[in-house]
Structure formats: C-alpha cells, structure tokens
Design a protein around this ligand. Structure first.
Ligand code: ATP
Ligand code: MG
Length: 180
C-alpha cells in the first residue's frame, strides 16, 4: 500500500486545486518558511479523519478553509482527496485504488466519500484503522512529538508501543470486561 496522490482545493493556503503525486519510497517536501509544507501534512491528517482543530494547528475546524489574502477572497469550502494504491489489499475493500475525500463547508456541513460514494466519517476511520493508517495511529509524527516520546514516563512509553502494535484496543476491552 502506498499513497499515490493528494489533492487540495481551498484547504488552508491552497486556494487553487493542487495535486501532489507520491512515488513509492521517500518523498521530501521542501520550501521556504510559510510556503505550506506543514499544511500538506495537515491535509493528510484531515482527510484521514482528524477531528481536532488543534492538531491541525487551528482554533476551530473552519480554519482549514482558505481564509483569503489581499488579492483573493476567502473560499466557502475546503476539499481534500487522497488516493491510495491498494493492490496489496491492505485496505479491507475490493478496489486496487481507493480515493477518500473530505469536504467542509463554511456553514459547518461536511461530506465524506470513498471512491466517489458518499459515506460517514466513521466509514473512513474504519477503513483505515486496521491498516495502520488513520487518526488514532502514530502515522504522522508532528514537530515536538519525538521530544514527547523521549520525555515520557515508562508507562506512557509502553502506551505508545502498545498503540503501534495494535494491542491497546484489546487491553482497553479487557479492562472494561474485568470491571463488569
Ligand atoms: P515552516 O517552514 O515555517 O514550517 P511551512 O512551509 O510548514 O513553514 P505552513 O505552516 O504549512 O508553512 O503554512 C503557513 C501558511 O499557511 C501561512 O502563511 C498561513 O497564513 C497560511 N494559512 C494557514 N491557514 C490558512 C487559511 N485558512 N487560509 C489561508 N492561508 C492559510
Ligand atoms: Mg512547517
């Protein structure tokens, strides 16, 4: 499984539709300060279901919508699509290519789709969760996060490992069962 393309339209500083293509292997995004590198990473997290405005470096979710510049008026919606190569079947869906999309309107409405078919946010989170992608996983390591791991207590560090290994959800289930 690898990420093929990411398309941003009205997302943060990307007012015009912009598509980034990724080849298998390592991709580096370089550019001057403030040119939108971190916004690309925010778009990835967002389309995969991120719900915390703070994780997206904003105050409220609406902040992901292009807010306008001196020469360009604000837009009414932000749209991001991510196409994933699924020829190895890592995602539990019968398509060799999967496109997930998310749209947010300034009036607060949201739309989600898998391969163009409207769906719920939960469907996207479910699709990604067992593949190691998705919101709960440490797939995206933000600035300062490495520092947090290094400073963590042994218990917290164990939590990181358990989450990465996928045992955390089973442990939570076990604790819940024992409490009954
Ligand atoms: P650095 O190298 O400093 O980390 P960067 O390339 O990661 O920079 P970003 O943080 O991705 O830069 O981009 C910041 C820019 O995005 C700022 O100029 C900010 O004004 C712009 N921006 C963020 N949100 C919006 C928005 N909703 N509408 C328009 N522009 C936005
Ligand atoms: Mg940055």
């Amino acid at each position: 499984m690898h990420l093929k393309t990411l398309t941003l339209r009205g997302f943060k500083s990307f007012a015009s539709a912009t598509t980034l293509s990724f080849e298998p292997g390592i991709t580096c995004v370089v550019g001057p300060n403030g040119s939108g590198k971190s916004n690309v990473v925010d778009a990835l997290a967002w389309v995969m279901g991120e719900q915390g405005a703070k994780s997206l470096r904003g105050g409220k979710m609406e902040d992901v919508i292009f807010a306008g510049t001196s020469g360009r008026p604000p837009l009414g919606r932000a749209e991001v699509s991510l196409t994933i190569d699924n020829t190895d079947g890592a995602l539990p869906i019968e398509y060799s290519e999967v496109t997930i999309s998310r749209t947010l309107f300034r009036n607060g409405g949201s739309e989600y789709a898998i391969n163009g078919q409207g769906c719920r946010l939960l469907d996207i989170q479910d699709l990604l969760s067992d593949s190691g992608l998705g919101r709960e996983m440490h797939v995206i390591v933000g600035q300062g996060q490495l520092d947090a791991v290094l400073r963590a207590t042994p218990e917290e560090r164990r939590g990181f490992v358990e989450e990465a290994a996928g045992v955390l959800k089973h442990r939570k289930r076990k604790e819940k069962a024992l409490r009954k």
